[in-house]
Design a protein around this ligand. Structure first.
Ligand code: AMP
Length: 366
């Protein structure tokens, strides 16, 4: 029997089966957390030897657009979740015919398209950089005149780690920039002269309860996250504001699971939302070793209908991503005191590929 009989709404008991769409490192860390709570985790992925498959109870190899295979996968589990936001909405809908899908399709629709995402945020009263929709070169010329330079042209869909973006400066050609991003539907964003970038990872349970972790401060290099520090030195000034924004987003999306919100912090501590991720997030990896219940366990708790876990940090943490060749130093990194090494089981090192991370811990207050 997979659900408890205590009258709570569909609480999955240990032994139940949680299905994950996607087989990357986030799926891997979710699968490990799920196994720790006694669940069997099944992975659906088009990849051979996916990082998540190496630790999960079972893997189904299939394409995301093979909807019959997706339905069959969903029939074999008690709940379906996902580890990346570009799961096609039709795939989530097909799975939802056969098992609950958490978070729901609305979160995917919002997070997959930068125009829909920013419009949703502004309608909810949440500030973002100014933006304009761009479908063609003349739209871009008008948007450049309205927003000025510097500004950033981004594809509406499928951008990640700084991909699908072109920076515009004084004298930049609209035509060349539009060609650079593949002449596809895009938005032009005003440039945020930020003092720092922070993010919050928060969760909403099946009962509507919300819990958030402390804010992390993030450094990117070439559009890829390099390092997160938690708590940010600005926690006391920004924590409550960021948590209120995350709570609004979670509630408006009727969300179940973990979600991350990335912010630009402007002078005067003004918070602008850069983007939301409807999933566990790289800027929350520090929680694995600095909190009793990390973001991965929290997500599994939420989708299984369990009460959310304790989000308080017992340590301060610096999370360093191991990108490409960084991971070749595993033997040295493994000997560092007060540090926890996480490697994702990717056999091939490639430039720009996230291979693992290191969490360096310190007492909360020195
Ligand atoms: P994104 O893929 O949109 O999260 O962008 C990756 C990184 O590029 C961000 O974390 C920022 O460091 C930078 N960036 C993106 N958009 C803007 C913007 N509108 N203004 C200033 N910097 C930005």
């Amino acid at each position: 029997m997979s659900t408890s009989s205590n009258g709570a709404q569909s609480v999955l008991a240990p032994g139940a089966c949680i299905g994950i769409l996607g087989g990357g490192q986030l799926g891997r860390m979710l699968a490990i957390a799920g196994a720790r709570l006694g669940f069997d985790v099944h992975i659906y992925t088009p990849e051979d030897h996916a990082p998540a498959s190496r630790v999960a109870a079972h893997t189904v190899k299939g394409a995301y657009d093979d909807l019959d295979a997706v339905r069959a996968f969903a029939r074999g589990v008690d709940v379906v979740t996902y580890e990346f936001e570009n799961v096609p909405v039709e795939t989530a809908a097909a799975a939802a015919e056969c098992a609950p899908v958490r978070p729901g399709a609305r979160a995917l629709e919002v997070a997959q398209d930068r125009l829909v995402e920013k419009s949703f945020l502004n309608e909810a009263g949440i500030a973002t950089v100014p933006f304009r929709a761009v479908e063609c070169v003349s739209d871009l010329e008008r948007a450049m005149a309205a927003l000025g330079v510097p500004s950033i042209l981004k594809t509406r869909r499928f951008g990640y780690d700084g991909k699908g973006q072109a920076r515009l400066k004084a004298g930049s050609s609209a035509e060349a920039a539009f060609a650079e991003i593949g002449a596809q539907s895009a938005i032009l964003e005003g440039f945020a002269a930020f003092e720092r970038e922070v993010s919050i990872v928060a969760a909403r349970g099946l009962d509507g309860a919300v819990k958030a972790y402390t804010l992390a401060e993030n450094e990117h290099e070439g559009g890829i996250l390099r390092r997160s520090i938690a708590p940010t030195p600005a926690q006391a000034r920004l924590g409550a504001k960021a948590e209120a924004i995350a709570t609004t987003i979670l509630t408006q999306l009727d969300y179940v699971g973990v979600l991350a919100v990335e912010f630009f912090v402007l002078a005067g501590d003004q918070l602008l939302v850069n983007e939301i991720a409807p999933r566990v997030h790289n800027t929350g990896h520090w929680t694995m070793d600095a909190c009793a219940c990390d973001q991965f366990e929290q997500h599994m708790r939420a989708v299984a209908g369990w009460p959310l876990g304790d989000t308080s940090a017992h340590s301060a943490a610096e999370m360093v991503n191991l990108i490409g060749e960084d991971a070749a130093d595993w033997l040295t990194l493994a000997q560092e005191p007060q540090a926890v090494l996480h490697l994702y089981g990717k056999t091939e090192i490639r430039a720009g590929r996230k291979m693992g991370h290191l969490n360096r811990l310190k007492p909360l207050r020195d």
